[in-house]
Design a protein around this ligand. Structure first.
Ligand code: CMX
Length: 387
């Protein structure tokens, strides 16, 4: 069953397949095509990748790119919404540092939601977008025990600069870090309506849980190794190769395939060409860090892996996906620990999932909203035993 052919009748063959390909709704923010990948509100991602993240978030919420005046007003609005309610510092100070950063993120969202939820879907979604940079910065600072001298929160900064200011990294070129993080966020903001975390967030919101509780559900979904955590695995994979020599890289790939392990950073459920998000990040890397040793490895992987993977006719797309380069770029700008990478993915998705929740709650069905999710499960023999 192909993902782009709408399925209009469900048969028993579709049961227990994770709703694969079964249409359940419409999406106003984004869709994915086999050749151009993800589009936000009709724009292919390649056309948006170099924009400021604030403008692309505006697009997802308003379905059009902002004029310069609208852009300035939106940034001022985010500044006004950005201050965190009290309480996150105390909770983060108490959490176990060995806990996964995605669990910290989810608890962080619950914590600020408990302190301040308006109940207005749009306000809560935008408030959370505006608060994420500080949540992310504090998550790093408390988890790493760097709690002395955390800079005061300056909500007048742009989203990425505000995270960097809170993180206050040493020995890092902040303008390069800004460019890498801005691109990372733009490329990961949204990915259609049916991916697991977006679906989970919308399903939770359909029961009228708060926007914060819904987003925490979405982040818990994203934390799984088959979903958002693939970007962590991908850099771990690259670090494990340890050489950019084409013959050695090819031998490594063949060894992984023989051991029935995935070649991370390649393949896609929908795309049938290189993901334009990978193409953009490769170009960024060639400009910002052509001599980085991990970048040299992924450059070789990009040359060698598609040829080797294409030998297996079962593999529908042997080309690079978004995860191949993002970890290497984050590593290059001093974000060295792969276990944090899914939190950046989550940070980005807060905007896309937030915009989709707002659409489902306040726009769909002439503003009535999508009713509470309730797919049908068919009773199996065992459950009927005592009937
Ligand atoms: N390495 C090894 N095997 C691969 C592969 C890869 N990169 N890509 C596909 N395959 C295998 C599949 O596991 C599947 O094997 P089985 O038939 O034994 O189950 C077969 O080839 C056919 O798969 P497919 O139809 O081409 O692709 P799927 O939709 O099933 O899977 C994906 C897509 C991304 C899970 C898969 O390509 C993969 O595991 N890639 C490596 C992990 C990775 O990079 N994940 C990040 C994805 C990023 C994104 O989704 O944007």
């Amino acid at each position: 069953m192909s993902n782009d052919e709408p399925l209009l009748s469900v048969t028993s063959a579709h049961l227990n397949t994770g709703l694969r390909g079964i249409p359940v709704g419409t999406c106003r923010t984004s869709f994915v095509t086999p050749t151009e990948g993800v589009h936000y509100c009709g724009y292919p991602i390649a056309e948006l990748a170099a924009l400021d993240v604030e403008d692309v978030i505006y697009l997802l919420f308003n379905k059009e790119l902002p004029t310069p005046e609208q852009s300035a007003a939106f940034r001022a609005d985010l500044t006004a919404r950005g201050a965190l309610p009290e309480g996150l510092d105390a909770v983060y100070a108490a959490l176990p540092r060995e806990g996964h950063p995605m669990d910290w993120l989810s608890i962080g969202l619950h914590t600020i939601g408990m302190a301040d939820t308006t109940g207005n879907w749009m306000d809560d979604a935008l408030n959370l977008v505006a608060r994420m940079p500080r949540v992310m910065g504090l998550l790093f600072r408390y988890r790493e025990g760097r709690t002395d001298g955390i800079p005061a929160d300056d909500t007048s900064l742009g989203l990425v600069d505000r995270f960097i200011a809170t993180l206050d990294p040493e020995g890092v070129d902040r303008s390069v870090m800004r460019e890498v993080l801005n691109a990372y966020l733009v490329l990961h903001l949204d990915h259609g309506g049916g991916n697991l975390s977006t679906f989970t967030g919308k399903a939770t919101a359909s029961g009228k849980a708060t926007l914060y509780a819904s987003m925490a559900s979405a982040m818990n979904s994203l934390s799984g190794p088959l979903h958002g955590r693939a970007n962590q695995s991908c850099l771990e994979f690259v670090l494990g190769i340890g050489t950019s020599d084409p013959e050695e890289v090819e031998a490594f790939i063949r060894g992984e395939l023989e051991a029935k392990r995935p070649v991370f950073g390649f393949g896609h459920a929908v795309l049938r060409a290189e993901d334009p998000r990978a193409t953009y990040q490769f170009a960024l890397g060639e400009r910002l860090c052509p001599d980085d040793e991990n970048f040299a490895i992924i450059r070789t992987l990009r040359e060698v892996a598609p040829r080797v993977l294409a030998e297996n006719p079962k593999i529908s797309n042997p080309n690079a996906n978004v995860d191949i380069a993002s970890g290497t770029l984050l590593h290059h700008v001093g974000l060295r620990k792969p276990e944090y990478y899914t939190t950046f993915f989550g940070w980005a998705r807060v905007a896309g999932i937030g915009a989709q929740i707002v659409d489902e709650r306040t726009v769909m069905r002439d503003g009535k909203g999508v009713p509470i999710y309730r797919p049908k499960y068919i009773a199996e023999e065992q459950s009927l035993r005592h009937v």
